[in-house]
Design a protein around this ligand. Structure first.
Ligand code: SF4
Length: 374
């Protein structure tokens, strides 16, 4: 579980065994200084064997490019409590910790370590429980971060308190640890979570994990995954579609088959968010649609067919299912969503749509502008 923060190019070279080209040194130093880079020992070993893994975690000069935004969902409803976010009626998100054992270079959390407190305060957690208790429409809580497995005391404190709120049913825990820090998944951890999992009372705990490439399926990650899939706790996977890593239907098919055979539910494939400095990771939406067509077109059983999700500024949408592309506007597309402005206002009366990014039709449905890629 040793974490290896990388503070300069010398450390990067020492841990990865790769020389940073002279022409790149200044830029890579800037990336390291502004967007933290961290590995686990396990991930360092895996990165040496797999280009697809290395590309997800190694700092890259392209991260300095100034396109896209720093946070993909500016339209989030303000709860007024740091560490508690809500975009939907029946569920909310608690983020007890803002750090991950390693930082995926395509994720907005890499900005958090410099811009946010390392963890949610106990005072804010208490406020979050009071907020959740007051609104009986809330049925589900996602505990994410950062990686909530980095602080098990905080995680258990949250689980204890949520289980005292009668209307909260499903608790989901989001972690990429089975992929990059599999040692963190211990029998003690599973036993701790099982204390808060009660199917007879319809109060499950679920684990949401994140694998992007078949190279990530190793004896170590299999051991971590099966600790959950053999237990009563369900485990499901969310992948991110990444250029030159997994934007090939056969690679994803292979990954999804392996995960399925390990007892993991194949839940969704996310389009890579339009974040600052992620252009080199992003494919077009059309590419994602083609991958879905390949999987649906008789090549893969429905058990390994994830929903293809785009995380817009006002919520997640599935093109061709609940949403569609209305028109193109330069590098952007306008997406018609299933969300109504009144729904947001019923949860947060002061809710405002992100400026210049949305329109609302006569029936109240919102269309949102989204930065596509090549
Ligand atoms: S582990 Fe998850 S939250 Fe952490 S940086 Fe990667 S994608 Fe983001």
């Amino acid at each position: 579980m040793a974490l290896r923060p990388i503070r300069n190019t010398e450390e990067l070279e020492k841990f990865t065994g790769k020389k940073t080209p002279k022409s790149q040194q200044e830029k890579i130093t800037k990336v390291i200084n502004t967007m933290p880079v961290r590995f686990t020992d396990y991930l360092l070993k895996l990165s040496k064997k797999s280009k697809a893994v290395a590309k997800q975690f190694m700092p890259d000069a392209n991260e300095l490019e100034d396109n896209g935004c720093e946070k993909p969902f500016e339209g989030v409803m303000k709860t007024g409590i740091e560490g508690l976010e809500r975009m939907y009626i029946d569920r909310c998100i608690i983020m007890p910790i803002n750090q991950c054992p390693a930082y995926c270079r395509f994720c907005f959390r890499k900005f958090y370590e410099k811009t946010s407190a390392p963890a949610m305060s106990y005072e804010n957690m208490k406020k979050a429980f009071a907020y959740i208790k007051k609104d009986k429409r809330l049925k589900e809580v996602l505990i994410t971060g950062g990686d909530p497995l980095m602080d098990l005391n905080r995680l258990e404190y949250i689980l204890q308190n949520l289980r005292e709120i009668p209307h909260i049913q499903d608790i989901r825990i989001g972690t990429r640890s089975p992929m990059f820090d599999p040692e963190r998944i211990t029998t003690d951890l599973v036993n701790m979570l099982l204390k808060y999992h009660d199917l007879e009372k319809m109060k499950p705990i679920e684990l949401a994990t994140h694998f992007n490439h078949p190279d990530e399926i190793t004896p170590e990650s299999i051991a971590a995954i099966t600790k959950f899939s053999k237990s009563p706790i369900k485990i499901y996977n969310q992948s991110v579609l990444l250029k030159d890593i997994n934007d090939d239907p056969k690679i994803l098919e292979d990954l999804f088959r392996k995960l399925h055979l390990l007892g993991v539910e194949i839940y969704c494939l996310y389009h890579c968010d339009p974040l600052k400095g992620t252009k080199h990771f992003r494919t077009s939406i059309q590419k994602g649609i083609e991958i879905k067509k390949y999987l649906r077109g008789g090549n893969a059983t429905g058990r390994i067919n994830p929903a293809y999700i785009i995380d817009t500024q006002i919520g997640k949408v599935e093109i061709g299912v609940d949403s569609h592309i209305e028109r193109k506007e330069g590098e952007y597309v306008w997406i018609k969503t299933p969300y109504k402005l009144n729904t947001y206002k019923s949860v947060c009366p002061n809710f405002k749509l992100p400026k210049d990014m949305c329109t609302v039709d006569k029936e109240g449905y919102i269309s949102v502008k989204y930065l596509d890629a090549e």
